[in-house]
Design a protein around this ligand. Sequence first.
Ligand code: UD1
Ligand code: CA
Length: 463
Amino acid sequence: MKLAIIILAAGLGTRMKSSLPKVLHKIYDKPIIQYVIEALMRLSPEKSIVVVGSEGEIIINFLKSYPVSFAMQKQQKGTADALKYGIAKIEGFEGVILVVNGDTPLIDSAVLQKFIDLHISNSEDISILSFIAKGSHSYGRIIRAGDNVIKIIEDRDADESQKKINEVNSGIYAFKPHILKLLDDIKINEKKGEYYLTDIVDLAVVKKYKVCAHNIASEDQLAGINTREDLCNAFNYLKLRVINKWLDKGVTLLDKNTTFIHPDVQIGTDTIIYPNVHLEGKTVIGSNCIIYPNSRIVDTIIADNVTIKDSSVIELSEIMEDATIGPFAHIRPQSIIGPSSKIGNFVEIKKSVLGKGVKASHLSYLGDSEIGSNVNIGAGTITCNYDGKLKHKTIIEDDVFIGSDTQLVAPIKVGKGSYVGAGSTITKEVPPSSLAISRSPQKNLKKLISIRLSKKRADGDKI
Ligand code: UD1
Ligand code: CA
């Protein structure tokens, strides 16, 4: 049977206390509405309508790559009113009309398919996807007489005994098209000043139409986002789902609560991840890696047997096998760290390619550089890559030893097998197999010191 979907997303979302439309608030890096649309698209609907409000331009703009049409509800007069705008766009449609609140991001397409199948096989006029809510909440309660659904009562209209009912409305419904003419009979709810879609149940039951509620999924999957707390809870649910997946696939995670793994991240087996590690974007981590606490790794490829020591930040880069990074290292975008290289504390690397077995163990800045294999970068080495206008390249060939506290003024090249003496400022190319020293020679002025000492003695100073 053909399927049309209508997503209600025109609400003001006032409980979010935000200038951004509610459905554009994000879980990870994806807005709520995108989760909903992606789940619904898997059902291959014939028609898809998103009902947006007066501030809907931004939502329309965001969703322009999806095969959906839009309906505009100019004034937010409630969910029944919103649905009227939606069905106006699919006039004459024959099949199942699935209506979904735009603020339920955790829905699963398999659950939705099962729900639609029940709606069709039982030939129901109205089907409601319900769930059992735990704790305090503000969902509409499903009122039954025996097994039969007779009404949905909103939280603010429920009396004390109705509030105790824990089967609630998820805001997901399947309708036969003919039943939606009842939308015109819904009266305004005086308390809220809105037309409630949930009131259609009462009207349909009175007219002896078949109304059923199916409790076939958990609160975790059907939770609606109304407040920042709901958003935080949804994020935590998804976060835990991702973490459990990696535990199941053979990754050791020391702390479920403080580890953050983006759903697109890949991790190899026997990798160990310490608390407070953030793996973001499309990061790929190999097998047998260890990532110590407080590191943030974004859109980076890390090969097998890599160790990332504490508090390192790595962005849009590649770290090859057996390398060690950190503690306190910053690997900035477009860097490649070669196999078995060691990047130590307070080393910043930007847009640089390092070969095999490079050691930059302490306090250095390597930017716009190309560094060969087996190069030793002494503590405090700086590539002076910026002349105030342009960035210039530093090339260091294989087997070079750069002494501590060296400045390499780019553009510059240090040839294969050369040495640069500590404390040098290198401004000219160093040919292969040479020693470059640019510091002024040391003078030990013994005479001067003995004159000073005898003067102090004469003044009676203690030495
Ligand atoms: C609604 C249901 C409630 C259910 C809960 C599930 C009603 C009256 N109540 O309550 O029974 O338990 O969802 O999460 O339907 N919207 C519009 N136009 C409007 C008002 C709302 O498009 O004028 C959209 C919103 O953007 C939202 C959806 O409809 O995506 C639901 O509205 P919301 O205000 O969040 O309803 P709830 O109070 O959560
Ligand atoms: Ca809601």
